[in-house]
Write a protein that binds this ligand. Structure first.
Ligand SMILES: CC(C)(COP(=O)(O)OP(=O)(O)OC[C@H]1O[C@@H](n2cnc3c(N)ncnc32)[C@H](O)[C@@H]1OP(=O)(O)O)[C@@H](O)C(=O)NCCC(=O)NCCS
Length: 375
C-alpha cells in the first residue's frame, strides 16, 4: 500500500481546470489555450483575465481589468515604512515576502472567519505586486518612488515604475510577453505551497507569502538571477564552453538547465524567450550574450542531454531591458501572481486539506530508563 515518490515526483496532487503541461502535445495548456500562442497573440492582462474568468476578455473587459488593477495598485504607507526599515542589504525576495505578509495587517477582513470576499483580497494582491516589487527596489537603491503612469499599458507602467524610464515599444512588448510566459505553469513548488496553505482556509496573504518564499530558491525562481551572474562571470562567448565543462566536471549544477517535468525535452517557453532575446539584441545590441547562451545550450545538450529552461533565456532578456539582476525573481513572482490567484480561488472553491503521510525510518518503541530526563 505504501507508495513513496521522493519530491512527489509524478504524483497527481489535485484536480485542476487552470493549466496542464501536456507533454505529448508539447503544449502548456492554460484554460484550454496554448500558452505560447497566447504569448504571441494577446497581452499579459488578457491571460490574467483568462486565468481568472476562464475566457479571454473583450476589449472593454480588458480595459475594465486594467482600471481595477490601477485603482488597487497603491500600498499603505506602513509598507513603504517597513521597506525603509529593511535597509540596503535586504534581498528583494525577502522584501517582497515581508511586504506581502504585512499587507494582511491593513485588511480588516483578515480576522473574519466567514463571509470574507477572497476575490477582493486576491485582486488587491495581484494589483499591488508590481508596486511592491518596484518600491522595495527603489527604496533599497535610495531612488525616489514613482507614481503609476495611467497613460501607459500594464507592462510599460511596470517597467516605468522600476526604471523611471519610458520603455520603447519593443521593450514594452517583450516585457509583456515575458510576464505572460511566467504567468502560469501548472504545479511548481510555489503553486503547490500556495494551495497547501489555502487548503487550511488560511487567507490569501498567507498563501501568497508561502508561495513567494518557495519561489526564492535557486532550484525554482531564483535560477534566473544565478544565470545572469554566470553570464557576467564568463563574459565572452569564447570562454563559455570551457567554463561549463569545468563546472560539469566538478559535478556542479548549472542554473537555467533541466526541469522536473521537461528534463530531457525543450521547455516551449525557453524556445520563445530565445526568439525574444534575438529581437531585443537587434534593437539594443548584446550579440555576445546571445552567442554565449547558444554555446551554453549546445554544451549542455551534448554533455548532459539537458535543455535550457525559461529562466536561462529570461535572464539576458531582463538584462537587456535594463532591469537590475536582483529584480529578476521578484518580477517572475509578480507575473506568476495571475496564475496563483486562479489556483488559490480553485482551492477555496473545492477544498480538501492537504495532509500526506510519511514512510517512517526512525526508531520505535524506545523506553526511558528510570532516572533519565530532568523531570
Ligand atoms: C530544476 C531541477 C531541480 C529539476 O531537477 P530534478 O527533477 O530534481 O532532477 P535531479 O536533481 O534528480 O537531476 C537528475 C540528474 O540530472 C542532473 N541535472 C539536473 N539539472 C542539472 C543542471 N541544471 N545542471 C547539471 N546537472 C543537472 C543531476 O545532476 C542528476 O544527474 P545524476 O543522475 O547524474 O545525479 C534541476 O534540473 C536543476 O537543479 N536545475 C537548475 C536550476 C534551475 O534552472 N531551476 C529552474 C527550473 S525552471
Amino acid at each position: 500500500m505504501e507508495e513513496y515518490h521522493p519530491g512527489l515526483d509524478g504524483v497527481i496532487a489535485t484536480e485542476t481546470e487552470v493549466s496542464y503541461l501536456d507533454l505529448e502535445a508539447e503544449s502548456i495548456v492554460i484554460r484550454g489555450y496554448d500558452l505560447i500562442e497566447l504569448a504571441e497573440r494577446v497581452s499579459y492582462l488578457d491571460v490574467g483575465y483568462l486565468l481568472w474568468h476562464r475566457e479571454l476578455p473583450t476589449p472593454q473587459q480588458h480595459r475594465q481589468l486594467a482600471t481595477e488593477l490601477i485603482e488597487a495598485q497603491s500600498v499603505p504607507e506602513a509598507i513603504v515604512q517597513i521597506f525603509r526599515h529593511l535597509g540596503p542589504a535586504v534581498h528583494l525576495m525577502d522584501a517582497l515576502r515581508t511586504g506581502i505578509s504585512a499587507l494582511a495587517a491593513s485588511d480588516p477582513d483578515v480576522a473574519r472567519a466567514e463571509n470574507v470576499d477572497r476575490d477582493r483580497q486576491l485582486l488587491s494582491l495581484w494589483a499591488k505586486m508590481p508596486t511592491l516589487v518596484a518600491q522595495s527596489y527603489r527604496i533599497k537603491a535610495n531612488l525616489p518612488l514613482l507614481a503609476e503612469r495611467v497613460d501607459l499599458d500594464y507592462a510599460a507602467n511596470f517597467l516605468w515604475q522600476i526604471t523611471g524610464r519610458e520603455p520603447t515599444a519593443l521593450a514594452s512588448e517583450i516585457f509583456d510577453k515575458l510576464l505572460t510566459l511566467y504567468s502560469e505553469h501548472e504545479m511548481p513548488n510555489s503553486t503547490f505551497c500556495a494551495r497547501v496553505i489555502a487548503s487550511t482556509l488560511a487567507d490569501p496573504y498567507a498563501a501568497m507569502t508561502g508561495a513567494v518564499a518557495s519561489l526564492k530558491g535557486p532550484l525554482h525562481g531564483g535560477a534566473n538571477e544565478e544565470v545572469m551572474h554566470m553570464l557576467e562571470k564568463v563574459g565572452r562567448p569564447e570562454a563559455m564552453a570551457a567554463y561549463l565543462k569545468a563546472r560539469l566536471q566538478a559535478k556542479d549544477r548549472i542554473m537555467g538547465f533541466g526541469h522536473r517535468v521537461y528534463m530531457h525535452r525543450p521547455d516551449p517557453r525557453a524556445v520563445m524567450m530565445k526568439t525574444l532575446l534575438a529581437r531585443l539584441v537587434e534593437e539594443k545590441g548584446g550579440s555576445d550574450l546571445l552567442a554565449m547562451c547558444q554555446i551554453g545550450e549546445d554544451v549542455m545538450r551534448q554533455e548532459k542531454g539537458l535543455f535550457a529552461n525559461l529562466d536561462y533565456y529570461a535572464a539576458p532578456v531582463y538584462h537587456l531591458l535594463g532591469i537590475p539582476t536582483e529584480l529578476f525573481t521578484p518580477i517572475f513572482f509578480a507575473a506568476r501572481t495571475a496564475g496563483l490567484c486562479a489556483h488559490i480561488r480553485e482551492q477555496y472553491a473545492n477544498n480538501r486539506l492537504y495532509r500526506p503521510r510519511v514512510r517512517y525510518l526512525g526508531p520505535r518503541g524506545l523506553r526511558m530508563e528510570s532516572g533519565s530526563g530532568s523531570i
